[in-house]
Design a protein around this ligand. Structure first.
Ligand code: ATP
Ligand code: MG
Length: 428
């Protein structure tokens, strides 16, 4: 497998003023041709640092792609660093000098002397033409083994030059190898619980590899399949994907670009079912997510945000005594909210959420993060009776701050509905 190192040069990158998007983009491009990106490095506009970064990158790579530091100013030192690492001098490239002069002539101007440096390239190297700017790229071979490409830092210029002159060369060296990736998303279990279920599938020596990442409480299982040909990589990916799905079952709600609310929306639409909401601590987040999806009017007509006890009583008819005895964050209250909302909205399903999002309001028995979620559906044998509901209710303890607790509560409510629509008992 072709190993590629990526190096970004620029003070603005190491100081954090500019986010290095070039490296991420280059990695994606290289992955698609089956090359393995072995490192990302970033250094400032400092010649010694650039030289040592090139040397270090070369140790583990068959090719190095550098972006940045080839402008005309004194702080642009990549070409000098490349020459030093190659053990050679910069020499004038007459062809590019002529192009530069022509570039200014077309604008009715004379090339500033400062730009002459942009026509200097290390002896033995070749030019990568730049049709969008004055900084030509440089291509050279290091130690007879490592392909080195130096491109501008300006993303637009770098991308054009990379795709036109660098990628085809590396694709040929990579000889048909391919990396294909699938992300399978889950919600409801922690990363370690998911990893436990995956067992030996997560063995690092395996190909395709299986790994997990977490974002917004969603644990995603990433399958990377790298093989000598694209068709083999796809076959192996499919085989591993089915093993992962076998291990996780319906915990997987979707793949790649799928989002939870769209998956739930699709299930509701397929079953021609409607849903309503009765929310306290989530303040409408569940209905927001349900209506994120285009076409949501097919399954969502209305919902309630009943924040105060008085509102729970006045709008949804939750018994005041029940509120006083059990408290708003309790299974009986969440159950009543779901049951009554379903009856009033005449919906097939109803989701109710009542919890303590914090930072205040927690107690020893009900700490911050305690959230009751209820799901009401038609009672067995009475599909069209909205005043006769069967309710599933659960109490969760979500970690994190207010925003996290509200987010996880809404996702969990949707997840309970998803399991219901799949006709399976939720494992939480
Ligand atoms: P060139 O080699 O094209 O002359 P340079 O490093 O001399 O590049 P700069 O003026 O430093 O040019 O950068 C040009 C622009 O490109 C700046 O806006 C800079 O923030 C942006 N840039 C440089 N490197 C990156 C990177 N790795 N990711 C995203 N933007 C970048
Ligand atoms: Mg720069």
């Amino acid at each position: 497998m072709l190993r590629v190192a990526i190096l970004s040069v620029g003070d603005e990158l190491v100081t954090g003023q500019t986010v290095d998007t070039n490296s991420a983009w280059l990695s994606q491009q290289l992955s698609a041709i089956g090359a393995a990106v072995v490192s990302h490095a970033t250094v400032g506009d400092d010649q010694a640092m650039i030289e040592s970064a090139i040397r270090r990158s070369a140790e583990d790579a068959d090719a190095i792609v550098i972006s940045g530091g080839i402008g005309p100013t004194e702080d642009d030192l990549t070409r000098q660093a490349v020459a030093a690492v190659l053990g050679t001098e910069l020499e004038l490239n007459e062809g590019w000098l002529a192009k530069l002069k022509e570039f200014w002539a077309r604008r009715g101007a004379v090339m500033p002397e400062m730009n002459r440096i942009q026509a200097m390239i290390p002896r033995g190297a070749t030019i990568i033409e730049n049709t969008a700017g004055t900084a030509a790229g440089v291509r050279a071979t290091l130690a007879g083994r490592v392909d080195l490409f130096s491109t501008p830092g300006v993303p637009k210029e770098m991308k054009v030059m990379f795709q036109r002159d660098v990628l085809p060369h590396l694709a040929a060296r990579s000889a048909g190898a391919a990396l294909v990736v699938r992300n399978l998303h889950t919600f409801g279990m922690g990363e370690s619980a998911v990893a436990e279920r995956l067992g030996t599938l997560m063995d690092r020596k395996r190909n395709p590899t299986v790994g997990t990442t977490v974002s917004g409480g969603i644990v995603s299982v990433r399958v990377y399949s790298k093989f000598e040909s694209r068709s083999r990589a796809l076959d192996e990916l499919a085989a591993t994907e089915s093993l992962v799905r076998g291990a996780l079952g319906n915990l997987v709600f979707g793949a790649d670009d799928d989002v939870l609310q769209a998956v739930v929306a699709k299930l509701l639409a397929e079953r021609k079912a409607s849903v309503t909401t009765a929310e306290s601590c989530t303040g409408g987040l569940v209905s927001k997510m349900l209506t994120d999806v285009p076409g949501s009017s097919a399954y969502f007509k209305q919902g309630w945000v009943v924040y105060a006890n008085q509102a729970k009583y006045e709008r949804l008819g939750v018994n005041l005594e029940m509120l006083n005895v059990y408290g708003a964050v309790s299974e009986p209250v969440a159950t009543a909210m779901a049951r009554n909302a379903r009856r009033l909205a005449k919906a097939d399903f109803s989701l109710a959420v009542s919890g303590i999002a914090g930072p205040d309001g927690g107690s020893a028995t009900k700490p911050v993060g305690t959230v009751c979620i209820a799901l009401a559906k038609a009672a067995a044998g009475a599909p069209r009776r909205f005043d006769d509901s069967e309710v599933l209710v659960r109490t969760f303890n979500f970690p994190g701050d207010r925003e996290m607790i509200r987010d996880r509560s809404a996702k969990m409510a949707l997840t309970l509905l998803r399991y219901e629509l799949l006709g399976e008992r939720a494992p939480f």
